[in-house]
Structure formats: structure tokens, C-alpha cells
Design a binder for this molecule. Structure first.
Ligand code: CIZ
Length: 340
């Protein structure tokens, strides 16, 4: 597998070099200006990171931002594949990520060599691949999708074309149900959405009978069948903001609740529970690797930095451009722009 991250050299600053009491938010603001940088943050990032970002959104909206920005430097606060997408779309920009170890269980579950062999088993299938995968798997795919546009893109594929969908089998099964298409499903899943417990969810619903359940399609069907609404992060956000209900159970990574609480401070948002009712199951350990200290350091050190071999980038760009083209009908969300 290609390593697409350039790590900071040994001579670079580390957390131990950060002066105690340094105002990190102010310093990040100063460096952002000095370097003409834009900070993009996924909805699954910690609230303090969402609050200092220039834009907060899902991977579709942030990909669009990365493709359109006139900044010289993109700091991508999310997980590694999101930084790769920014670099694939904006090769002339410096793309920094706060932590090189911020991976994704879906990416891990779909190694390029295995995916290449899988494709050989289905030579006549269109490979529709979720954006949560490596640059190499993208390069082996026909079209990339996110949870915001997967249904719209599959609906545009010719009815007689068989489809394989990787790497999230739950999202694939959901799209198959919504579109009526038969999809060959790669057997991957997200460790966060997979951990929600149907039994504990039912117990929570009994304690909050008035609550509406909003779930992400990466959840297993046992969770989705209890949902009042199923959608991508931004779609769930739109749902709760547009709903007359006051209490919601949110079955996706819990940091999206930060945007909900900001936009609807009078409403109550409960994170869906895992099997052990008390565990912090709705928090992604990969997303949690990013911190203010690491954002500051990546701007100071110019690393970790995404670098992608040009031949790989060009191949991975094709299905991403196809996605952007085929999702023109999916409107740009209100990806939050924080005040500068
Ligand atoms: O597409 C994304 O950004 C992810 C990972 C989830 C969502 O629904 O937005």
C-alpha cells in the first residue's frame, strides 16, 4: 500500500515544545493568515475544532470546498482519506492533516489488492465505492459516492448495468433498498455505526417516547428499522433543524450533535447507545486523534502532509470527478462557515 503521508522530520517541534498556557486558538489563527491556509473540519470532529474551522461539513461539501479554495494550504481536520481527497482534487495546494494515524475502519477493511481481486470476480460490474477508502481503492473504482449522494448516483446508472458497492455493506444495503437495484456488497462496516445496540436503543426510546430517532445509513438494519429519519450527517442535521420535535436520538458519530446544539439550543439530543449502555461507543477514536495542539504543530512543521504519486492521483481523480459531476443535483449544504 502506498504511504501518502509525509511525516514531520525528527528536528520538528513536538507537543513537548509547546509553551504551557500558549493561546492555541489565537496562534492557529495567526498561522492560518500567515500561510494563507483554510481549515476544513468534518462534523465528527471535536466541538473546539469545528468552532475554529473556516468550514464544517460532510465529505461531499468539504471535497467541494477543497476543489474550489484559493488558499495555498488546506488543513483537513477529519481522517486521512479526507486529506487524500483534498490533495487529489487540489494537487497544487499543500494539504496538512493534524495526525497521520487518523485512519478509518472502512478503509482498513478494503485493501487495494483484495479489492482488485474482487473486481476481477465481477468484471462487468460498475464499481461504486464509498469515499471512505484509500486513494488506491479509489483509483480502482468507477465512481465514488458519499452518504449524501450515493442514492442519487446509483439512480443515474443504466438499469441493465450490474453494480458492486464497497466498502460499507450497510450503506450498500440501504442504497439497494432505496433504489431497488441489486448490489454486490463488499463485507466492510464502520466500527462506530456497527456498535450501536438495538436492545439499548429500544430501552432509550422507552425512556424518551417523544424522541425522534435519526440514523446514519452506515448503521445496521436493526438500528435503521427504528429510525424516524435515515440520512447522511448533513441530512440528519437538516432533519432535526426542520422538525417540530424537541428530543432526538442520534445514531451516528456523536460530535455532529455539536452543530445541532448550536443551531437549536432549546432541543435535546441523545447519542444512540452501544451494547454496554455506559460506553462512549458513538465517539470515533480516529477522529479523536486530532487536537488543537496537533493543528498548531502541523501548521508550524508543514507536516504531516499528504503527497500522492502523480500516476495514482490521476487515476483516483477520475471517479472523484465523476462523483462531483453526477452529484450536481445534490445541493451544497449549509456547510457552516465560521466567522474569520
Ligand atoms: O460523508 C461523510 O462525510 C461521512 C463520513 C458521513 C456523512 O454522512 O456525512
Amino acid at each position: 500500500m502506498t504511504d501518502t503521508v509525509v511525516l514531520p522530520p525528527a528536528s520538528c517541534l513536538t507537543e513537548a515544545d509547546i509553551a504551557p498556557g500558549l493561546d492555541l486558538v489565537a496562534e492557529i489563527g495567526r498561522l492560518r493568515k500567515e500561510r494563507n491556509a483554510v481549515i476544513l473540519a468534518h462534523y465528527y470532529q471535536d466541538g473546539e475544532i469545528q468552532d475554529l474551522a473556516d468550514f464544517v461539513g460532510d465529505s461531499l461539501d468539504l471535497s467541494r470546498k477543497a476543489a474550489a479554495t484559493d488558499a495555498d494550504v488546506i488543513v483537513f481536520c477529519g481522517v486521512r482519506f479526507m486529506g487524500e481527497v483534498a490533495k487529489i482534487l487540489s494537487p497544487g495546494k499543500t494539504v496538512l492533516i493534524p495526525d497521520a494515524e487518523a485512519g478509518c475502519s472502512l478503509e482498513d477493511a478494503c485493501q487495494p489488492e483484495d479489492f482488485r481481486r474482487y473486481r476481477q470476480r465481477f468484471p462487468d460490474h460498475v464499481a461504486v465505492t464509498y469515499i471512505n477508502c484509500s486513494a488506491e481503492v479509489k483509483a480502482l473504482s468507477d465512481v465514488i459516492v458519499t452518504s449524501s449522494n450515493a442514492e442519487a448516483i446509483v439512480n443515474q446508472l443504466p438499469a441493465d448495468k450490474p453494480i458492486l458497492f464497497a466498502p460499507d455493506r450497510h450503506l450498500g444495503a440501504y442504497v439497494a433498498r432505496k433504489t431497488g437495484r441489486e448490489l454486490a456488497l463488499w463485507p466492510g462496516s464502520c466500527i462506530i455505526h456497527e456498535q450501536f445496540s438495538e436492545r439499548e436503543l429500544i430501552k432509550l426510546k422507552v425512556r424518551h417516547p417523544e424522541a425522534k430517532v435519526a440514523a446514519h445509513p452506515e448503521c445496521p438494519d436493526g438500528i435503521l428499522k427504528h429510525a424516524d429519519h435515515v440520512g447522511s450527517t448533513r441530512n440528519i442535521l437538516d432533519f432535526v433543524l426542520g422538525s417540530a420535535a424537541d428530543t432526538f436520538i442520534i445514531a451516528t458519530e456523536k460530535h455532529i450533535i455539536h452543530q445541532m446544539e448550536k443551531a437549536a439550543p432549546g432541543k435535546t439530543f441523545l447519542a444512540a447507545p452501544g451494547a454496554d449502555g455506559g460506553c462512549d461507543c458513538a465517539s470515533c477514536p480516529f477522529m479523536a486523534k486530532n487536537t488543537l495542539e496537533k493543528i498548531y504543530l502541523c501548521l508550524r512543521n508543514d507536516a504531516p502532509r499528504i503527497e500522492i504519486p502523480e500516476d495514482l492521483r490521476v487515476e483516483a481523480l477520475k471517479p472523484l470527478e465523476r462523483m462531483l459531476e453526477m452529484s450536481r443535483s445534490v445541493p451544497m449544504s449549509g456547510a457552516s462557515r465560521n466567522a474569520a
